[in-house]
Structure formats: structure tokens, C-alpha cells
Design a protein around this ligand. Sequence first.
Ligand code: NAD
Length: 273
Amino acid sequence: MNYSQLFSLKGKTIVVTGGTGVLGKAFVEGIVSFGGEAVIVGRNEAQGQQRAKEINDAGGTAFFVKGNVLEEKEMEAVRDATLAKFGKIDGLVNGAGGNMPQGVIPPEQDIFSMSVEGLQQVLDLNLMGTIIPTKVIGAAMAKQHGGAIVNISSVSSKQMITKVLGYSLGKAGVDCFTKWMAVEVAKRHGEKIRVNSIMPGFFLTEQNRTLLTNPDGSYTERGNLVIKKTPMKRMGKPDELIGALIYLLSDASQFVNGSDIWVDGGFVAFSGV
Ligand code: NAD
């Protein structure tokens, strides 16, 4: 037997929502490195087009489609544009998500005066922003030969992180949805579709930069607390997520369904003592 192609994505078309973001960049570059065709989905057209151009110029295959993950019609347009271009969809990475200032409850604010609207917005982005693309793109995959879906969770779904209630609720919902969907699709569609998740620890990106770092780049008190609670004593680098992603998208994880890979430097395992 030769297992050297087990992790190959050659000829596979993978849709990456939030492919315009910091972690999304690593996801897209990882997919292309392993031979896949990346469909970058996001709201920032200039960023998305530029990212696709860089990959195509370097000999890879990437395609940008503008789309808001909270709008079902826009996800249908992403599906249609992808099928028109590549004729198939083999994978979906639900990378769009993150925190929003309106969903953060600072310590000086009375906890009972939290903004329900702000909470709802961040909860929706992370949970509905995973469910809606899965519904639309997953259906297209089920109609064809199937594929792999990878959701992006967070350590905030496993351990309570102060201030970010909406985000934590959204990611806890993502964990539930991953397992629920994994069970349902396997029961209804057999082995065609698998649904798993990656749980990143702390990675410095746009959506958390002001919470974790000061304008001069030094860590905030919160940033320092993260380092203290991480046995590896640092934040993650985006490309450290690529291994887990390729594993879950490729045939290497053919019998893996409903699982969650922790890429957190030991954050969740450590009690803090
Ligand atoms: P990021 O802000 O750099 O990227 C998120 C991307 O999603 C951005 O390009 C943003 O424009 C896009 N996006 C936001 N709302 C959207 C919408 N409605 N429709 C389409 N696109 C939308 O942040 P990131 O840290 O790279 O986040 C990527 C994913 O990883 C998120 O789900 C985030 O919650 C998760 N995550 C990040 C960390 C971390 O430490 N950075 C940790 C755990 C989980």
C-alpha cells in the first residue's frame, strides 16, 4: 500500500468563508499547498480579489466570491458561482466569525445592562454564520459525491472567558451543531459528508487585536493572562492550524466524524495551577 497521497487535496474544490481574514489566509494557502482549489468567501472584495490574485500568480488556483454568511441568498450565489467555475464542491471551511465590540461586556459595565442586540449579533455571526453556509453548500455536496465540512470553534466554548458572552454562546452552539450535523448527515447520507471542527486557542488577528494587545504591540492585561494560562507560553501562529485543517478535509480522516481538534498550546487542558 502507498499512503503518501492520504492528505492530498488534489482536484478538490474547497469553499472557505472568512477566507479574507487572518486565519482564513492560512486556511486558503494550506488548501492550495495540498493541491486544492480554494474559493475565498468574504465581504471585503478588494482583500478577497487580491488574495486570490496572489495565489493564482504563484501557480495555485483560487477564486473570490463576495458573500455575507448570514444571508442565505448570498450563500446560494456563492454555491452557484463555485459550481459554474469548478463544476463541483468537495469541502467547506466555516471560517467567518469572531468577536464584535458590541458583544463585549467590559468589567466596568453592570453585567445586567448587557446589550441584548450586541449579544445577538455576535451569537448570530458565529452560529448562524456556520449553519447557513453548511445548509447551502452542504446540500450541493450531498447532491454530488459529498465532501468534508470543517467548522471553527474556540476555547471559549470549553472554558468560560470573561467579557465575551455572545462569542462564547456562538462557539458553544457551533460545537453542538458540529456533532448534531455529523450524526444526522451520516444517518441520512452515509459516508458522503463528514462534519468536524477545529478549536483554535489564541491567535492574534483583527477580531481580537485590541482585546489582547496595546497600540504599541505589548500585551494587555488580558493578553498576559492568556499567556499565563497557556502551557506553551505563547499565542498560536496561523499556519499552525493548517495540519489539522488538511487532515479533516482530506481522505486521511475518512472515518472521523463529529470530532474536534484542539490547537491551543494546551490552554484548555491546563487548570491554571
Ligand atoms: P479575522 O477577523 O481576521 O477573520 C474573520 C473573517 O471573517 C474576516 O475576513 C471577516 O471580514 C469575515 N467575516 C466576518 N463577518 C462575516 C460575514 N457576515 N460574512 C462573511 N465574512 C465575514 O478573524 P480570525 O481570528 O482569523 O477568525 C477566523 C475564525 O477563527 C473565526 O470564526 C474566529 O472566531 C475563529 N477563532 C479565532 C481565534 C483567534 O484567536 N484568532 C481563536 C479561536 C477561533
